[in-house]
Design a protein. Structure first.
Length: 295
């Protein structure tokens, strides 16, 4: 199977994704991609319809999900390629995460309202009907409102060349710890997911370990390997060349599958284009399948 693989792509079933599964599969076909995993945030709602969309495209679709978790007081993201989306373990994970995300989102909106920012929960639900939104999605919904452009507190997000990054700047200003609309994270413990997910055939892969909010160390990754992590996303839009080299070395040292994923979303991440990450091939899929629990 020639072509590259991208095991970290988001569809419209993520609160911050733009494209349908069928559109993503067409992008993959046009780009010469051999396989993708639609790994939406904390939901498998793209399946099984996405598999029907893959038929006839020549692109292999690996069922997956990206789970937002907590480990050692930090937010870690875990990819679950090859999961069975109908398995009770996956359903339990998704339900736990969704419940926590809704509480977070409601509290964030309430804190913004208390600051005099014009945003209601009804607007959030209407703009993000599939899953409770992450903080950056709440920011995007707010900044998409026509009235926001004239709000004095929001004017700076519409100025200059950084407008496309405005949701991230808003998140930094309002939702990070110590900021006026910060709320504690209620994510599922990463170790719980490592225990549950293999029951459903998933092969746990730590996503973008060098991301600023994870900054995973060798000790972190070694400990997670001992608890069931099988792969490490080495090739990703988050990593500098130096980080890529570092994590590639760790994957080899710790006998983890080095995976590749762009974390493509669309508008919310304008710097990430589909097909930017082309470092993984069939060997990535073979490596993960060799570690999959099937019984």
């Amino acid at each position: 199977m020639p072509g590259f693989v991208d095991l970290h792509v988001h569809s419209r079933f993520s609160s911050d994704g733009d494209f349908t599964p069928a559109e993503l599969l067409e992008m993959a076909r046009a780009a010469g991609c051999a396989a993708i995993s639609i790994s939406d945030h904390d939901t498998t709602a793209a399946y099984p319809d996405a598999l029907d969309a893959a038929a006839g495209t020549g692109v292999e679709l690996v069922p997956g999900m990206e789970v937002t978790t907590l480990y050692d007081g930090r937010e870690f993201h875990l990819l679950l390629p090859y999961l069975d989306w109908t398995h009770p373990a996956i359903i339990r994970i998704a339900e736990r995460v969704s419940a926590g995300r809704e509480i977070e989102a409601r509290e964030r909106v309430a804190r913004l309202a208390a600051l005099g920012i014009d945003l209601t929960w009804d607007e959030i639900e209407a703009a993000s009907p599939v899953a409770p939104p992450l903080g950056v999605t709440i920011a995007q919904i707010l900044l998409d409102k026509p009235s926001s452009k004239s709000a004095p507190a929001l004017r700076k997000y519409f100025e200059g060349t950084a407008r496309s990054w405005a949701p991230y700047h808003f998140y930094r200003d309002y939702f990070m710890e110590g900021r006026p609309a910060f709320v504690p994270k209620r994510h599922i413990p990463l170790l719980d997911v490592l225990e549950l997910a293999p029951e459903a055939g998933a092969v746990p892969v730590l996503a973008h370990p060098g991301a600023y909010f994870e900054n995973a160390t060798r000790d972190d990754i070694a400990a997670l390997k001992d608890r069931g992590a099988a792969g490490l996303e080495v090739f990703t839009s988050y990593h500098t060349p130096e980080q890529t080299d570092f994590y590639r070395g760790l994957a080899a040292e710790l006998d983890l599958v080095a995976t590749a994923g762009s974390d493509f979303h669309g508008r919310i991440k304008p710097h990430v284009r589909f097909g930017d990450i082309r470092d993984g091939g069939r060997e990535v899929l073979d490596g993960l399948l060799a570690r999959r629990r099937t019984a």
